[in-house]
Ligand binder design. Structure first.
Ligand SMILES: [Fe+2]
Ligand SMILES: [Fe+2]
Length: 343
């Protein structure tokens, strides 16, 4: 028979009796992250920090374990809009099972169906990596900037849905999964060794190029379901891009000495993703896009002309986003593979 455990003596030091009462009021959008960041609980550039899992505002425990290296300044990871972007992500989740009119898919000419499937196969792979990349960085985000972590987690959920919706598209209408994408630009993202390097390469450059393509979804997608997939995915991508642009803006404002370092990351990435080895210029992807944009193989020339328009749009929008972030001088040092499309 086991002994009855004794009731431990009460400690109650955790009660702390509310020296600084924290009562947060919901805004008209609800009890948002911005609402709970009021009352002196907002992230600060100069906050003293530790490397334990403690989230900002909680009192520290003396024997708390460290959990690895986390960034030591707010500017290393922060974007002012990450609170609002997270709230928007939560409110605008959609379902790849229910929110796409799959029932309205209809038989397409073989080459058109295959072209959609080739693009969807490549995009499923790209989106899968787009989840891995922010996932790698979660352990580096300090609890002092937990909102950045929340935003990245919402991005990972978005990318899961994108992976899933493009793979479903390849399998939904008789074309099937086709060739793997080129992938070299993606390796570049996984190899980034710094948060800002990752963010400028992924959020601003790679997702920017993808977003410019999604925004042409009305022209690319042959059916209502395809157009809707591109529209829904573009809505999510705009948050990922906004985070990247606003993070870069914050970094340049707080640590202007990092400017050349950031240009250096872009120099390397433009060399790799802008030339013949990039995902968009990879032959199966280029050809399928040209078939879709032209409206069939018989209109391939027209498709190529529209593809060049897409490249121009990608590069112009990329430069515009960098300009918004405060890196407008990128225009003068753009890599040679992208320069022809910048005008
Ligand atoms: Fe995505
Ligand atoms: Fe994304």
């Amino acid at each position: 028979m086991s002994a009855t455990p004794e009731t431990p003596a009460l400690d109650l030091s955790w009660l702390d009796l509310f020296d600084e009462p924290a009562a947060v009021e919901p805004s008209d959008r609800g009890l948002t992250l911005e609402a709970i960041a009021a009352n002196g609980l907002a992230a600060r550039e100069d906050a003293p920090r530790d490397m334990t899992p403690r989230l900002r505002g909680a009192s520290a425990r003396a024997n708390a374990h460290r959990q690895g290296l986390t960034y030591q300044t707010k500017a290393d990871v922060w974007a002012d809009q990450c609170l609002a972007l997270y709230e928007e992500a939560v409110q605008r989740q959609w379902s790849s099972a229910r929110d796409i009119p799959w029932g309205e898919l209809e038989p397409l000419p073989d080459e058109t169906e295959r072209a959609v499937c080739q693009l969807a196969t490549m995009l499923a792979e790209v989106e899968f990596i787009a989840g891995d990349v922010p996932g790698q960085w979660l352990p580096s985000i300090s609890g002092d900037e937990f909102e950045v972590g929340l935003f990245l987690m919402s991005q990972i959920m978005d990318e899961a849905r994108h992976t899933d919706v493009f793979r479903k598209r390849a399998l939904a209408n008789g074309g099937g999964l086709l060739a793997q994408g080129a992938g070299l630009g993606l390796r570049n993202l996984l190899d980034a060794k710094d948060f800002t390097e990752m963010s400028v390469l992924m959020h601003v450059q790679a997702e920017g190029f993808v977003q410019s393509m999604f925004r042409m979804g009305e022209l690319i997608g042959p059916t209502a379901a395809d157009k809707r997939i591109f529209r829904m995915a573009a809505q999510d991508e705009s948050r990922h891009l906004a985070f990247g642009v606003m993070h870069l803006k914050h970094v340049l404002a707080e640590t202007p000495e990092r400017r050349e370092e950031i240009h250096h990351y872009l120099d390397r990435a433009e060399e790799r993703s802008g030339g013949g080895s990039g995902d968009v210029t990879f032959p199966p992807v280029f050809e399928s896009l040209a078939i879709l944009l032209g409206g069939g193989r018989d209109h391939f020339d027209e498709g190529v002309a529209k593809f060049l328009l897409l490249r121009r749009r990608q590069v112009r929008e990329y430069l515009h986003r960098l300009d918004v972030a405060g890196l407008g001088d990128r225009r003068e040092r753009l890599g040679p593979a992208l320069t022809p499309f910048a005008a």
